[in-house]
Design a protein around this ligand. Structure first.
Ligand SMILES: O=C(NO)[C@]12CC[C@H](CC1)C2
Ligand SMILES: [Ca+2]
Ligand SMILES: [Zn+2]
Length: 313
C-alpha cells in the first residue's frame, strides 16, 4: 500500500543513475512498485534458461534504497518508462489494457545474447559481453519486448512469415517511439566494443542486411520465415511516414513521430488481425489514418506513399 511505497535509486548498465518505485517491507526494499496502480516487479533468474519453470526467480531486494545490480535497475526503470508511454500516449493501462502486472527477470540463461516476452513476462540475458552487453540496458529493447505483449493482447499477429515480420516491426516501431532519440534498435547494448552500430536500422534497414523493399524480402525458412529481417520493409515504411524521404523513386512527406505512432496503435487495435500480411498492413494503416485525419488528408497520402516506396500495395 502507499505507506510502504518508496523511491529506489541505482546505476544502470551505462553507468547513469536513475530512480524508480520500490516497496519497503520487513527491513528490505523490494523491486516491486505499485504506485502507478499496477504492479511492476523485477526478479533475478539466477541464470535459469528462458523456458525454466523456476521463472521469474527471486524478487530483487536491498537493505537500503540503493540497488547495485545495473541489469535490474534498467529492467525495472525502463519497464516504468514503457508503462508510462502507453498510459500517457494512448490511455492504455499495461499491455492488456486491464492493469496486468509487468514482471521482468534479469540474468536469464548463461551469457544469453537475447531478450524476449515469453507470453507471461519479460526475460533478459546478460549477453556475452562481445555481441551484447546485458540486454535490459536498451530502452528500445524493453519497449520492443513489452510491445510484443501489447500485440499479443490485440492483433496477436502470428509469429511467422509476413504476419511475424509485422509483429517484429510493430515492436521495433514502438521501441523506437519510446527510445525516441534515434531510428536504430539495440544500439545501447549491441557490440559494446564497437561504437555507432546497432542491431537494426529503421532509417536504412539495408545497413545491417535487412530489406527495405517488398521485392527484396526473404522467403526462406530461417527465423520463422525471416521475421527479424523482413521487419525492415515495414520499419522503412514507418520511418518514411514519420520523417519523410524518398525510396525507390517515391517521395514521402513526413507527418512526424506522434501521428505515425497514433496510426500504428489504431491499426494494431482495430484493423490488424493474426494473419495480416504486408498488403493488409497497408490497408490497415490507410484506414487508421482515415479515421484519425480524414480520407483526403495529407496523413493518408503519406501512408499511401510510404507503403508504395517500399513496394507494398
Ligand atoms: O528482436 C528481438 N527479439 O524479437 C531482439 C533480439 C535482440 C534484441 C532483444 C530481442 C532485439
Ligand atoms: Ca534506439
Ligand atoms: Zn521481437
Amino acid at each position: 500500500n502507499a505507506a510502504n511505497d518508496a523511491t529506489g535509486t541505482g546505476k544502470g548498465v551505462l553507468g547513469d543513475t536513475k530512480t524508480f518505485d520500490v516497496t519497503y517491507s520487513g527491513g528490505y526494499y523490494y523491486l516491486d512498485g505499485t504506485s502507478r496502480g499496477i504492479e511492476i516487479a523485477t526478479y533475478d533468474a539466477k541464470h535459469v534458461p528462458y523456458y525454466s519453470p523456476n521463472l521469474p526467480g527471486t524478487l530483487i531486494r536491498s537493505s537500503s534504497t540503493t540497488f547495485s545490480d545495473p541489469a535490474a535497475v534498467d529492467a525495472h526503470a525502463y519497464a516504468e518508462r514503457v508503462y508510462d508511454y502507453y498510459k500517457n500516449t494512448f490511455g492504455r493501462n499495461s499491455y492488456d489494457n486491464k492493469g496486468a502486472p509487468i514482471i521482468s527477470s534479469v540474468h536469464v540463461g548463461n551469457k544469453w545474447n537475447n531478450a524476449a516476452w515469453i507470453g507471461t513476462q519479460m526475460v533478459y540475458g546478460d549477453g556475452d559481453g562481445t555481441t551484447f552487453r546485458t540486454l535490459s540496458g536498451g530502452l528500445d529493447v524493453i519497449g520492443h519486448e513489452l510491445t510484443h505483449a501489447v500485440t499479443q493482447s490485440t492483433a496477436d499477429l502470428i509469429y511467422q512469415g509476413e504476419s511475424g515480420a509485422l509483429n517484429e516491426s510493430i515492436s521495433d516501431i514502438f521501441g523506437a517511439m519510446i527510445d525516441s532519440d534515434d531510428w536504430d534498435i539495440g544500439e545501447d547494448v549491441y557490440t559494446p566494443g564497437i561504437a555507432g552500430d546497432a542491431l537494426r536500422s529503421m532509417s536504412d534497414p539495408t545497413k545491417y542486411g535487412d530489406p527495405d523493399n517488398y521485392a527484396n524480402r526473404y522467403t526462406g525458412p530461417d527465423d520463422n520465415g525471416g521475421v527479424h529481417t523482413n521487419s525492415g520493409i515495414n520499419n522503412k515504411a514507418a520511418y518514411l511516414m514519420a520523417q519523410g524521404g524518398s525510396a525507390y523513386g517515391v517521395q514521402v512527406s513526413g507527418i512526424g513521430r506522434a501521428k505515425t505512432a497514433n496510426i500504428y496503435y489504431r491499426a494494431l487495435n482495430y484493423y490488424l488481425y493474426s494473419s495480416s500480411n504486408f498488403s493488409s498492413m497497408r490497408q490497415a494503416a490507410i484506414q487508421a489514418a482515415t479515421d484519425l485525419y480524414g480520407a483526403n488528408s495529407a496523413e493518408v497520402n503519406t501512408v499511401k506513399n510510404a507503403y508504395s516506396a517500399v513496394g507494398v500495395y
